[in-house]
Every structure is written in structure tokens, then in C-alpha cells.
Design a protein around this ligand. Sequence first.
Ligand SMILES: *Cc1c(COP(=O)(O)O)cnc(C)c1O
Length: 383
Amino acid sequence: MIPYSHQCIDEDDIEAVVEVLRTDFLTQGPKIEAFEKALADYCSAKYCVAFNSATTALYASCFALGLGKNDSFITTPISFVSTANAGVYCGAGPIFCDIEKNTGNMDVDLVEDLIEKDTRLIIGVDYGGNPLKWDKLKSIAEKYGLKLIDDASHALGAEYKGKRIGSCEFCDITVFSFHPVKPITTAEGGAALTNDETLYKKLLMFRNHGITKSAKDFISEPDGDWYYEMQFLSFNGRISDMQAALGLSQLKKLNSFTEKRREIVKLYKDRFENKGFFDFTEETKGAKSGYHLLPVLLKDGFVEKKQEIFKNLRSKGVGVQVHYIPIYRQPFYRRLVSNVHCPNAEEFYRRELSLPVYPCMERDDLEFVFEAVEGVFEQLLSP
Ligand SMILES: *Cc1c(COP(=O)(O)O)cnc(C)c1O
């Protein structure tokens, strides 16, 4: 099966992990800080905290920005559930903003009308690696005093208005995921980047049970050099040194990974743009997508047969996927929110299929996928 995305691991990645196994530190050693520094440098952000997942990093970010029980937050329905879950963990209520038809990103022109008295923050997602319109979203956030999180789980390596995603030029905190299907991997892992020192300290404490060992941040008087202080309830959100070493090694290849993904997408476009099977999503103006995903939107005549297309492609060994079931459709969210109105998200979900794209996809794999896709769609056309 050719999957919709896949990790690309070389010998040097393997070596990097094995090397850590020969040292004293399997966790909380030097590789974590080195990875954090390399990521912050890559993105031109001041601070970076690596976590055991993007989910933890998102939760930590909502917490650090003060999201709480009597608040609401605005987010997109076309994302993985953990985007919205992050705010719900803090006890806040989600408000789902509809998306743009042509990108799948949150429609920032709709955000202002959704802001309520208790709205405290917005979590945007760069869907498929394609940045949303951050300049507009930032100006809305500033006008209403809202905080902004970029769930950039798809978008490490992408750019917006000449800045790398992760620079935090347009948001308070950016979160990346290093799950194997994402732009680079640490097996499991994530990170939160910010330019704000106070947020940075809270993120660090969140990762480690709400504990600080920094004397100048203590609330009580230390009674010895062993003293440490737990200031709020959290849990263990740490990443290991083996994972950080893998991340460091992978980060070196990020630019070539991104270019490879973009080349592959171009080949898909050359092959299928005029076939009448499906449309490609658009790249945001002024942005460079990292193409974590290659979402296509089935045209009329095919959209009614999406289940059949999905099944036939899977049975031919093409691991297509659907990104995403609108989050508000999940039973948990149906119980939590009523009166959701997102017609574009519904339509996007009805039409969307994700085709395989990943950096180490070979030319033969691609040709195999091309032929399978052509075969499945043409078979549906023939009487
Ligand atoms: C993958 C993903 C997450 C969760 O990432 P983990 O590292 O698996 O916790 C969150 N948000 C989006 C948009 C994702 O794609």
C-alpha cells in the first residue's frame, strides 16, 4: 500500500538515535535543548519547548495563554480532533468557524461575527501545510484582544509573507507535530514556539508537572538546595533524548523534504489538472505551502461515488484518506455544541480525498498511483 504520507528515515537518522542509546541520557539530556534551539533558529523564533506530542503542546499553549472554564475559543472544523480538544481540556467552549472552499482553511472573514463576550483565543490551522491568511487574522485578534495559536502540525517548512511558519510573527504560539506522517518525525512528538518569555516559562513548567526549579520564580521560601515547586496541576509531557536526536537529524533534511513534496504535487497537477476528475486546492496568496497533504476535491458526477472511489483506490494499493470529518460531527462534539453552521466545511468533507505525497516517494510509486487513479476514475466514466 502506498500511504497518503509516510516518514522518510535514512541511515544517519538511525545512527543519531543509536548514538543516544550509548550515552547516559535517554531523556532530559542535551539532545532536547539542541533540537529546541535548532527548531527555534530554523523558524526565527526566540523560544521553543519540545513535547511528547503536538496534542500536549496545544493543550500547554491554551493553558499558558490563560484559556479557562468560562471562556470560548474559535477554531476550524476541518482539522484533526486534537486542535479543538486542546481548548476543551481547559474547560473552554469551542466555536467552529466555516472554511474557504478553495483552500480548506478557516475563512478569516467570518471570524469577527463569531466573537462573543467570553471569547479569549483563536486556534488556526494551516490545512495541508498551506498557511491561512494570518495577516488578517492577526489584525482581528489585535482589535478584540484575543490570543492566537497556530496549529501548524502540517506546516513546518511552509512560509507566509516571507516568514517561515513558526516565526510567531502572526501569532502568540506556533505548534508543530512530529508524528511520522508530518513534515519531519520524532516518532511521537511536538513543539511549541513563542517569542514571549513568560509564555515560554509556562510551557516549560506545563511539560514537567507544573514544577519549576528556578529560584527566582518560587512562590514560597526554599528550605534547601533540593527545593523545587509545583505551582499548578499538569503532567509529564516530556519528549526523550532519542526522539530529539531523530528530530535534529530530520530537521537537516526539511528543506529538501519540502521541495520534494512540492515537486510531486506539481507532477500530480500536470497529470490531472485537465482530466475532469477533481480539483486541486489553491495555495494561499503570499504563502508557500509545505504540502503535508495533497487534498483534491471530487467534481460533480464523482462526488456521489466517493465511497466507491475510496474503496477501489484502497484495493488497488493506493492509501487515500479523507481529511477531515468536520470535528463538530463527532458524537462528543455534538453533545458539546449546537447550532453549528458550516456549509463550506460540509461541502469540503463531501468532496475531499487526500492522495499520497511524501518526500521519499519514488518515481515508480508515483507512476503506480497515477495509473491506479486514472483507472478508477475512467472505469466510473465508462457506461
Ligand atoms: C497530527 C495533528 C495533531 C496532533 O499531533 P500529535 O503529535 O499526533 O499529537 C494536531 N493537529 C493537527 C492539525 C494534526 O494534523
